[in-house]
Ligand binder design. Structure first.
Ligand SMILES: [Zn+2]
Ligand SMILES: [Zn+2]
Length: 309
């Protein structure tokens, strides 16, 4: 079966004949960098180039990336932050408390808003690489926040698709109109976590605010709490199902540099890193997904029951 992802236009080949049972996706745990060599542990603060922000207990800190891919001195200006989201070397985000997730989301919102207002910044991307297969070079849990002087093609395309849908559907938002069927994983007062019907990644989840909100800037404090909890719970299910899995989390907010709020709907994407992008994906821009979204959602809903007590 072939589907076309509505938001990105990419083709997805659902290859269930290649489906593997979840346990065969399990990957070995990544060896931790020893604490004494970890630049993100508070006692090694001298290993990072300064501190941009820290909570008063140092549990959450933002530091400049030591190896930025964009330079704040360059003509093509950009900012590349690292947000260290815990002071405990081995702790992973799927085990954070409700309160800690709330604080973390407040810090992300605050920094996002500051960077957006920086002169010549057109777009801010917030993301997390967890595990080596997801591109993390440090095992200590962290996020990255990049502020760019350009709007990337992927975001430009997303804006165009959502804008077209809005005007072709009597000013209705595509994501407000979504139906989830049996693909819901978690739900709370303000958010829903589900597998998209045209999802590219096995067990990949999107998280959507129930209210039409274009950017994390506009989340209320209650929504920040709800978002933190549903993100943590969704990751908990994923890591229960696939022990040691690497994953990316990406947050998509409307760029402040345009008038997109009517049709752009914030969403977060969880990408489990099962297998690697290879020749087929790079050459065609198509994806192979060996787990149907309905089956993936069912496995994730049931995963919590397997949680060790
Ligand atoms: Zn550390
Ligand atoms: Zn909407």
């Amino acid at each position: 079966m072939i589907k076309r992802c509505f938001l990105t236009g990419e083709f997805v080949f659902y290859a269930t004949s290649r489906a593997k049972r979840p346990h065969s996706f399990k990957r070995p745990q990544i060896k931790e960098v020893p604490k004494e060599f970890c630049p993100f542990c508070v006692e090694n603060v001298h290993m990072t180039p300064g501190v941009l922000y820290a909570t008063n207990d140092n549990k959450i800190r933002i530091v400049p990336n030591k190896y930025p891919f964009i330079d704040s001195d360059e003509k093509d200006f950009g900012i590349h932050d690292v947000l260290i989201d815990t002071d405990i070397h081995e702790e992973k985000m799927h085990n954070f408390s409700d309160e800690h997730m709330h604080r973390l989301m407040r810090v992300i919102q605050k920094r996002f808003s500051e960077l957006e207002k920086t002169e010549s910044i057109k777009y801010v991307q917030v993301f997390k690489n967890q595990g080596r297969d997801a591109g993390a070079s440090q095992s200590h849990s962290h996020w990255q926040i990049t502020a760019l002087s350009v709007v990337p093609l992927k975001m430009e395309h997303l804006i165009n698709v959502l804008r077209s849908y809005y005007y072709e559907h009597d000013r209705n938002c595509y994501l407000c109109n979504l139906e989830f069927g049996t693909r819901i994983v978690e739900e709370n007062e303000h958010f829903i976590s589900y597998l998209p019907a045209d999802g590219k990644f096995a067990y990949g989840m999107d998280i959507l605010p129930k209210r039409h909100i274009a950017t994390i800037d506009d989340f209320t404090d209650n929504e920040l709490l709800s978002f933190g909890i549903i993100l943590r719970n969704s990751l908990k299910r994923l890591t229960t199902l696939l022990d040691g899995i690497s994953y990316n989390v990406c947050l998509y907010s409307a760029p402040h540099s345009g008038d997109y709020k009517d049709f752009f709907h914030f969403y977060a994407q969880i990408i489990p890193r099962i297998g690697h992008m290879a020749g087929f994906e790079f050459s065609t821009g198509c994806y192979i997904n060996s787990v149907l979204p309905e089956d993936g959602a069912k496995a994730l809903r049931e995963a919590k029951e397997d949680e060790p007590t």
